[in-house]
Design a protein around this ligand. Structure first.
Ligand SMILES: Nc1nc2c(ncn2[C@@H]2O[C@H](COP(=O)(O)OP(=O)(O)OP(=O)(O)O)[C@@H](O)[C@H]2O)c(=O)[nH]1
Ligand SMILES: [Mg+2]
Length: 288
């Protein structure tokens, strides 16, 4: 092909390198999932199956792209952090964004029957994607804090809203009106006094989202399959217990040049705080 008179059109393809020495943050978001969730009868306000399916697709991304060190998911979105030094696809933006987005989408579709065995997909779901570059650790940490704070705010609102509708008999319009102008504390009180719900006992998955971490294994291999429940305090310790239906040990071989030792890693799922220092302090390698 190269020598034909048509080959000049290749020159119109412009390079799109992502700035070196910056953190690549890629976020995917379900397209039209308000409708998709209704058409497939997602439980309101949180559908455990749908959230687990998102986690599954995100885990597939981390298995395929070893430079993704951390991911955070809530609702119909997932964010992926690449290690700062990544040279994946020579840091070509479109190549990274489209490959990750399409792999996530195909995993979502492929694994749908596993989480929704009694409800087949009625049409093709899709995800939009964007890449944002962050210059320093501060912005990266603030990014994840922002998403987790968003999870909390949305979940508190949605939990109270649907309690008013499903248990309180209000219409959705009335529930919106009831909640208009209320602050967090008032929603907590409303939930407790009217519906006997202590917000803090709601599953952490809903309150804190999903945190997938590529943990470095310190000196030992994890024992096959880990099924222990996720715990907030455990999240403050790297490589400790997690909710993991599957643990695959992966080896990151140091190059001959760098003579770095082999590092064993595995991917663990938590529903824990990523705003406080404890999470990051236990895993300095995430931001190295
Ligand atoms: N019932 C239910 N709905 C969910 C769940 N997770 C996500 N959704 C729906 O997905 C929507 C996600 O929000 P958005 O991304 O703003 O809405 P969207 O329709 O996907 O819009 P675009 O992203 O702009 O295409 C929520 O508003 C819910 O309607 C869930 O667990 N249960
Ligand atoms: Mg969406």
């Amino acid at each position: 092909m190269a020598g034909t008179k048509f080959a000049y059109v290749k020159n119109f393809e412009l390079p799109d390198p992502l700035l070196p020495g910056t953190y690549i943050l890629l976020r995917l978001d379900g397209h039209g999932f308000h409708r998709l969730s209704q058409d497939h009868d997602f439980v309101k306000p949180n559908d455990e199956r749908a959230l687990q399916l998102m986690d599954h697709a995100a885990r597939d991304i981390m298995h395929e792209f070893k430079d993704v060190v951390l991911a955070f998911g809530e609702s119909d979105e997932y964010s992926f952090l690449f290690r700062k030094s990544t040279t994946l696809y020579n840091r070509r933006e479109a190549k990274i964004l489209t490959t990750v987005t399409s792999l996530f989408t195909s995993s979502y579709v492929l694994n749908w029957p596993r989480y929704f065995p009694n409800s087949s997909l009625k049409y093709c779901p899709s995800f939009d994607g964007r890449i944002v570059l962050y210059p320093s650790e501060k912005e990266v940490r603030d990014y994840f804090a922002w998403r987790q704070a968003d999870t909390h705010i949305n979940n508190l609102y949605n939990t109270t809203f649907w309690a008013l509708v499903q248990q309180g008999g209000q219409t959705t319009t009335e529930a919106h009106a009831t909640l208009r102008g209320t602050v967090s504390k008032e929603k907590h009180e409303l939930l407790f006094s009217r519906f006997g719900v202590n917000y803090n006992t709601i599953p952490e998955r809903y309150r804190k989202g999903s945190v997938l971490v590529r943990e470095e294994v310190a000196g030992h291999e994890p024992s096959g399959t880990a099924e222990s429940a996720p715990a907030e305090d455990k999240c403050a310790t790297s490589g400790s217990g997690a909710e993991a239906s599957e643990v695959r040990v992966e080896h990151t071989q140091g190059t001959k040049k760098s003579k770095k030792p082999k590092v064993q890693t595995h991917i663990q799922l938590y529903h824990c705080d990523v705003i406080e220092q404890a999470f990051w302090g236990a895993r300095p390698y995430l931001l190295e």
